[in-house]
Design a protein around this ligand. Structure first.
Ligand SMILES: O=C(O)CCC(=O)C(=O)O
Length: 286
């Protein structure tokens, strides 16, 4: 059989398997994550404005950077294929739907935690965020993968995620996987450097250098803040950029940042300890 014909059969088999999956899981959106129309996010994205330098994976290099950057071709298609498949809505629900996950409240300090199954979260927790809700009443899944006994309930999934080529092989990395519904996200906060790769959907990022520290209310949702950020007194010229599936953004050490998922968005952050040379990978703290 010719290669082209074999490829055609493989694509057909995949489409068939996906359709069966969606039927078996009783998911009416075909097993894919829902996307929001461009027109419905235009206001919050400022018409898709991007102030962060965008470059290709070949250009970026693997050293620690002092400014944010977006890599537009974060992977070769082959490298991400498996992880993208494993994190389709239908596949995740079939494989991990009954696992318990830990949600964090979406205030600056992630001050509260809540446990539920992944299925419950996908069915009930991905509704568009209500603009009037307080951030500590809004729950979001990112990070916190290791339970009290030190077990990562998603270790098989993490094993199918390949380190980004521009994260040094010998640096320690802590991974933080997450899924957020439209207009969910985290208000301004700071921590060490790293990358966030968007796997499905789109995520809007806001970034500002460590000084001057912006003024903001840590209990206002990222959505309410992003819609009215100038009125709320925050640094109006903060950088912003939409990071789409297949792209990765770098957040430098101690830079302020806030996030807003525009669609049902799936992402993986890699917190990188550039100084520690062990090459260890974990789903918890560095
Ligand atoms: O991806 C997000 O929404 C939040 C990422 C982040 O800044 C964090 O995990 O601290």
């Amino acid at each position: 059989m010719s290669f082209a014909r074999a490829l055609r059969y493989a694509v057909l088999a995949l489409a068939f398997a996906r359709a069966l999956d969606a039927i078996a899981m009783n998911i009416d959106d075909g097993g894919e994550w829902n996307a929001v129309e461009d027109d419905d996010v235009r206001e919050v994205t400022n018409d898709g404005r991007c102030d962060v330098r965008r470059m290709s994976a070949d250009e970026v290099g693997s050293g620690e950077r002092v400014e944010p950057v977006v890599v537009i071709d974060a992977r070769r298609a082959r490298e991400i294929f498996l992880f993208r498949e494993n994190t389709r809505k239908a596949t995740l629900l079939r494989t991990y739907g009954d696992r318990e996950i830990t949600l964090s409240s979406a205030d600056t300090y992630s001050s509260e935690k809540r446990r539920m199954t992944l299925r419950e979260y996908v069915e009930k927790g991905l509704k568009p965020v209500n603009g009037d809700a307080r951030a500590n009443e809004t729950f979001y899944w990112f990070g916190d993968h290791v339970d009290d006994r030190g077990t990562n309930g998603l270790s098989e999934l993490f094993a199918s995620y390949e380190r980004l080529a521009f994260v040094p092989r010998d640096a320690d990395v802590a991974y933080s996987f997450g899924i957020g519904g439209p207009m969910s996200g985290v208000p301004l906060h700071v921590h060490g450097p790293g990358w966030s790769e968007t796997i499905h959907g789109r995520k809007l990022w806001f970034l500002a250098p460590p000084e001057p520290a912006p003024e903001f209310d840590p209990n206002v949702t990222a959505y309410a803040w992003a819609s009215e950020r100038v009125r709320l007194g925050t640094n109006g010229d903060m950088l912003q950029c939409v990071v789409s599936a297949g792209e990765a953004i770098y957040f430098p050490n101690a830079w302020w940042h806030a996030t807003l998922n525009l669609d049902e968005t799936v992402f993986m952050s890699s917190f990188v300890n550039y100084a520690r040379k062990g090459g260890r990978e974990s789903g918890g703290e560095l």
